[in-house]
Ligand binder design. Structure first.
Ligand SMILES: NC(=O)c1ccc[n+]([C@@H]2O[C@H](COP(=O)([O-])OP(=O)(O)OC[C@H]3O[C@@H](n4cnc5c(N)ncnc54)[C@H](O)[C@@H]3O)[C@@H](O)[C@H]2O)c1
Length: 324
């Protein structure tokens, strides 16, 4: 298919574009910033530009991964989030409907499931998070606008029969966490693979699978994260004494970590459950916490990317024209 990939210059895009081509698709990349796989420079918020791309490139399906995300909260005003994440998604959905497409994949985020209360982790048990959770109260403009865009995807299916797959991906960014400095870098990423992270390669693969499965599924919202070794029944103990739960499944984890000078999490406050994606889409991340331990055991390279110097490519151009 001729696939329009937004965010093609970004961290996810640079892994996803080659994967799509390898699967036999032609990729037309649209991004604010230049990149190897970006043919069209501009903003999804620019309706005329989006219409022109559809007309000139014979687009047959869309993977909408571009947009403003959490690190952008300190860089851009709320209006830009509305223009890019909401109006930009609407532009793409309306062009896809007008062109008679049968599928649309949207990159969303687990962040919109995190209310301030969940974030504060004040409860006495970890919070188990899947797609079935009740009413959502995203705590910032990023989550609010991603949730609105999810709604646009839902009604595109309900009102027009455009199959829309929403992937609520957990973390896959390569840079350091912007709020937690301890433990730092690779240690934190390794820990997060237990309950709230996946590799960028797995994130890209999820999009390819979603593109293939969309017409058969219709509409669906899926948490995409490395498979957690934990169960709901572990939640209280995870909050109290995470190391004990980890030790039951991975008896040598503490020693492997100690040899590297790493620390296991003392307490875990939330767990993402990606089981629905496995059951409905047939997608399961290839890299999990066990793969990290295997690498430590074998002295092999870590199975995830870590790049503290990564900055979204649009920042090199100062993000000019983002909301147009
Ligand atoms: N990185 C993560 O951990 C993470 C977690 C959950 C969800 N996501 C989502 O994954 C997607 C990709 O994120 P990423 O990590 O690759 O970030 P990134 O910043 O590296 O890439 C995003 C790309 O979108 C482009 N973009 C921004 N505004 C645009 C606009 N108006 N029009 C066209 N392109 C625009 C940027 O230039 C950039 O190249 C985003 O939708 C993000 O919300 C990311």
């Amino acid at each position: 298919m001729r696939v329009l990939l937004t965010g093609s210059s970004g961290w996810l895009g640079r892994f996803l574009a080659p994967m799509l081509r390898q699967a036999g698709h032609a990729v037309i990349g649209l991004d604010m910033a230049p990149g190897t796989d970006t043919q069209v420079l501009g903003s999804v918020a620019d309706r005329a530009l989006v219409e022109r791309v559809f007309a000139e490139h014979g687009i047959e399906a869309v993977i909408h991964a571009g947009g403003l995300h959490k690190p952008d909260i300190v860089r851009y005003p709320a209006q830009n989030f509305l223009d890019v994440n909401v109006a930009g998604t609407l532009n793409l959905l309306e062009c896809a409907k007008a062109a008679g497409h049968d599928r649309f994949v949207f990159t969303s985020t687990t962040s919109l499931m995190i209310s301030q209360a969940i974030r504060d982790e004040g409860g006495d048990a970890a919070v188990w998070l899947d797609e079935a959770g009740g009413s959502l109260a995203p705590r910032n403009i990023y989550g609010v606008t991603k949730l609105a865009a999810e709604g646009l995807c839902r009604i595109a299916w309900a009102e027009h029969g455009l199959a829309t797959i929403v992937l609520r991906t957990s973390r896959f960014f390569p840079e350091d966490d912007d709020t937690h400095a301890v433990p730092s870098g690779e240690n934190l990423k390794a820990n997060e693979l237990l309950h709230r992270r996946l590799t960028v390669e797995d994130a890209a693969r999820a999009h390819l699978v979603a593109l293939e499965q969309a017409p058969a599924v219709g509409h669906g919202v899926f948490v995409i994260s490395a498979p957690t070794p934990f169960a709901r029944a572990d939640c209280a103990e995870l909050k109290r004494e995470a190391a004990a739960v980890i030790a039951r499944t991975f008896p040598d984890a503490a020693a492997l970590y100690a040899a590297r000078g790493w620390t296991l999490p003392a307490s875990i406050g939330r767990v993402y459950d990606a089981g629905l994606a496995e059951r409905v889409l047939g997608f399961r991340c290839e890299t999990d916490f066990a793969a990290v331990l295997a690498a430590l055991r074998d002295g092999a390279p870590l199975p995830f990317a870590h790049d503290p110097a990564y900055v979204s490519p649009k920042e090199r151009g100062g993000g000019q024209g983002i909301g147009r």
